[in-house]
Design a protein around this ligand. Structure first.
Ligand SMILES: C[S@@+](CC[C@H](N)C(=O)[O-])C[C@H]1O[C@@H](n2cnc3c(N)ncnc32)[C@H](O)[C@@H]1O
Length: 143
């Protein structure tokens, strides 16, 4: 998924509010830009961004960014590395987290780039991201 259609992603979407149902993927990788909204990753932004990823990942969330983050969105740290990407460079944090078993979708953003989604999050019918992932649906064969 990417917000920029020119990258030819499978899905055009915003990582602040990923358009997928709970536990849609085994692993979700967050490799955001190092500029703009993602340059200064304060605690509130980390919580918001990682909560969306934790909601749609059932086994693991991977974070790759110059900002080292701490236990976001009730996830457990699994493993982590500092990655040197050049001879003289800003290093990257490569961190693996395990999402919690009990989790809720984000219902409201208090600050940051995703507040624009609050008007849709608050509508009574919710957003059409699906209640259950396809993997949990049993096919009815009729036998
Ligand atoms: C560091 S690159 C990641 C490249 C990708 N991992 C790859 O190997 O092709 C960051 C990407 O995040 C995308 N991006 C920026 N803001 C985004 C957002 N809010 N939601 C989803 N993608 C976003 C950019 O368009 C850019 O393609």
């Amino acid at each position: 998924m990417d917000i920029d259609p020119s990258t030819d992603p499978d899905i055009v979407g915003d990582a602040w509010l990923p358009p997928f149902a709970r536990d849609s993927f085994d692993t979700v990788v967050l490799d955001p830009p190092y500029c703009g909204d993602f340059q200064n990753m304060n605690n509130q932004k980390v919580r918001d961004l990682l909560a969306g990823a934790a909601y749609i990942a059932c086994r693991r969330v991977v974070w790759f960014h110059p900002t080292w983050i701490e236990y976001p969105a009730h996830m457990k740290p699994e493993k982590a590395w500092l990655v040197r990407v050049g001879r003289s460079c800003v290093v990257r944090a490569l961190q693996f987290f395990i999402p919690p078993a009990v989790k809720e979708p984000v219902k409201y953003f208090t600050r940051g780039p995703a507040v624009k989604y609050n008007r849709w999050l608050q509508q009574p019918q919710g957003l059409p991201f699906g209640a259950l992932p396809t993997r949990n649906l049993k096919l009815e064969t009729g036998n």
